[in-house]
Design a protein around this ligand. Structure first.
Ligand SMILES: [Fe+2]
Length: 402
C-alpha cells in the first residue's frame, strides 16, 4: 500500500532563552525560548526519532523504501538515509536512497528528470560560505556524476531552475540572505532574505555537454521567481535561443518576508547569439505552483496548470491562451492546491490523463481530492473524494504510479 499512513515530528527537549542569543551575539535575540539540539543530536538522530514515532503509530506496516531530506546538514552530510535505515533496524531489502553518500549539499525541491537521458539534474543552495550554489547531476541509475560550484556573488534565494535538452539555466535574483534578520530571533515568522536594489538580476546558462565549463550570464530586469514553469531550446528557423516560462514577481520581501504581491506568467527568451533576453508578460492573473506533464520537462510542452484564486488556470504555452477550472461555484466552494498531472498509462498525449488537486473548503473545514480529466479541463471533475480529515494546504505534490 502506498500513501501517507502516518506522520510524526520530534522536537529536541532542551530550550534556549532567546535573550541568551543576544548576550552571546551582541544583537538579535527576541522573546521566549526556542528548541535547541543537544550536543549528541543532529538532523540524522532527530530524523530517526521522528521515524520511530511515525512507525510506532502504524504497527504492522513497514516502509518499502526510505528517503531522508533535511534543510540543515548533519556534519555537512545530508545524505544519511543508510544510517537512518540501520538505526530503525529496517530489513536489508528496504532501499535507502542517498547517492551512496556522495552528495554533501542541500537538495532543491525542484529537481528535473531529463526525458531523453533519464538523468536527474538538481542544485544545492543555501550555504553562507562559497560556493553559495552548486549544480549536481545523477545518472539514470542514481549515481552522482557531476557536482560543480555556480559562481553567484552572494547567497541568493534560488528556489528553482530550468532544464532544456541542451542547457541548464540558473536564476541569480536580488533576494539575498540577510544575516541581521537571521540574528533577529524571529526566524519562524520572518525569513532571513531581503530584496537588494544593488544586486544584478541575471540568468546563468550552462551547456549540458560542457558541465564544468563557464556559465554565460545574461542580465534581466530586477524581479523574483520561485517557480519555473518549463523551458526549451528554440532552434527552429535558424534561431539559437532558450525560451523559459516563469511565474514572476516584480519585487519580493523589501521590508519583511510577507507575501503581498502575486506572480504572473512571463516568458524570457534568451537569444544566445545576441546575448539579449526578451522579457514578456503573457497573462495578468495572479498564479503560483505551476506544473506541466513532467514527462516533457525541458521540451516544448504545450500545457501548464497553475493555482489561481479559487481556480486552476491552464495555460496553452504554444498559443499563449488560458482556460480556467473554477472552484467557487455552488456546492464546490474551495481553494485548490498544486495540480499534479497523472498521465494515462501508455499514452504520451498531454491531454490523455488527469489533474489531481486537493481542494480545501473553509466553510466545512474539509478537503477533497479532485480529479479533472485533462481533455475536459473546464468540465465537471470526474471524481471528488472527501478526505477523512482536512489536508493542510501545502506547497507541492507528486503522483507516483505503481
Ligand atoms: Fe517550490
Amino acid at each position: 500500500m502506498r500513501g501517507i499512513l502516518s506522520a510524526a515530528g520530534y522536537v529536541p527537549y532542551r530550550r534556549l532563552a532567546r535573550a541568551d542569543i543576544k548576550d552571546f551575539m551582541g544583537s538579535g535575540g527576541g522573546k521566549g525560548t526556542r528548541a535547541v539540539a543537544s550536543h549528541d543530536e543532529d538532523t540524522t538522530t532527530l530524523g530517526v526519532e521522528a521515524a520511530r514515532l511515525a512507525m510506532r503509530s502504524v504497527p504492522g506496516h513497514s516502509p518499502e523504501s526510505l528517503w531522508f531530506a533535511t534543510s540543515v546538514p548533519a556534519y555537512l552530510d545530508k545524505t544519511n538515509a543508510t544510517a537512518v535505515a540501520a538505526a530503525l533496524r529496517l530489513p536489508g531489502d528496504v532501499g535507502a536512497y542517498d547517492f551512496g553518500g556522495m552528495l554533501t549539499d542541500s537538495m532543491t525541491a525542484h529537481p528535473k528528470i531529463c526525458p531523453n537521458t533519464g538523468e536527474l539534474h538538481f542544485f544545492g543552495a543555501g550555504n553562507i560560505f562559497e560556493p553559495h550554489v552548486s549544480y549536481h547531476r545523477a545518472d539514470a541509475d542514481g549515481r552522482l556524476t557531476i557536482s560543480r560550484p555556480i559562481d553567484v556573488p552572494a547567497l541568493t534565494l534560488m528556489h528553482d531552475f530550468a532544464l532544456t535538452a541542451e542547457h541548464v539555466v540558473f536564476l541569480d535574483l536580488p533576494l539575498l540572505f540577510d544575516l541581521r534578520v537571521a540574528l533577529g530571533g524571529s526566524f519562524e515568522r520572518d525569513l532571513p532574505y531581503r530584496w537588494d536594489d544593488q544586486y544584478r538580476a541575471r540568468l546563468g546558462v550552462l551547456r549540458r555537454d560542457d558541465p564544468y565549463g563557464q556559465l554565460r550570464w545574461f542580465d534581466i530586469d530586477p524581479c523574483f521567481v520561485f517557480h519555473v514553469v518549463n523551458a526549451h531550446d528554440v532552434t527552429a528557423r535558424g534561431e539559437n535561443a532558450i525560451a523559459l516560462e516563469v511565474l514572476r514577481y516584480d519585487e519580493m520581501w523589501r521590508h519583511n518576508s510577507e507575501f503581498g504581491t502575486d506572480a504572473a506568467l512571463w516568458r524570457w527568451t534568451i537569444n544566445l547569439d545576441t546575448g539579449v533576453v526578451e522579457e514578456s508578460q503573457l497573462d495578468d492573473r495572479g498564479v503560483e505552483f505551476p506544473r506541466i506533464d513532467d514527462r516533457l520537462a525541458g521540451t516544448s510542452a504545450r500545457y501548464s496548470v497553475a493555482v489561481g484564486s479559487d481556480a486552476l488556470i491552464r495555460y496553452d504555452l504554444q498559443r499563449d491562451t488560458a482556460v480556467e477550472h473554477r472552484f467557487d461555484s455552488a456546492g464546490e466552494a474551495g481553494a485548490p492546491g498544486e495540480a499534479v498531472f497523472a498521465p494515462a498509462i501508455g499514452r504520451p498525449d498531454e491531454l490523455a490523463g488527469w489533474y489531481l488537486t486537493y481542494v480545501y473548503n473553509s466553510v466545512t473545514d474539509s478537503s477533497d481530492l479532485v480529479v479533472i480529466d485533462a481533455s475536459d479541463f473546464e468540465g465537471e471533475p470526474v471524481a471528488r473524494i472527501r478526505m477523512p480529515r482536512r489536508v493542510p494546504h501545502g506547497f507541492h505534490g507528486n503522483w507516483i504510479a505503481d
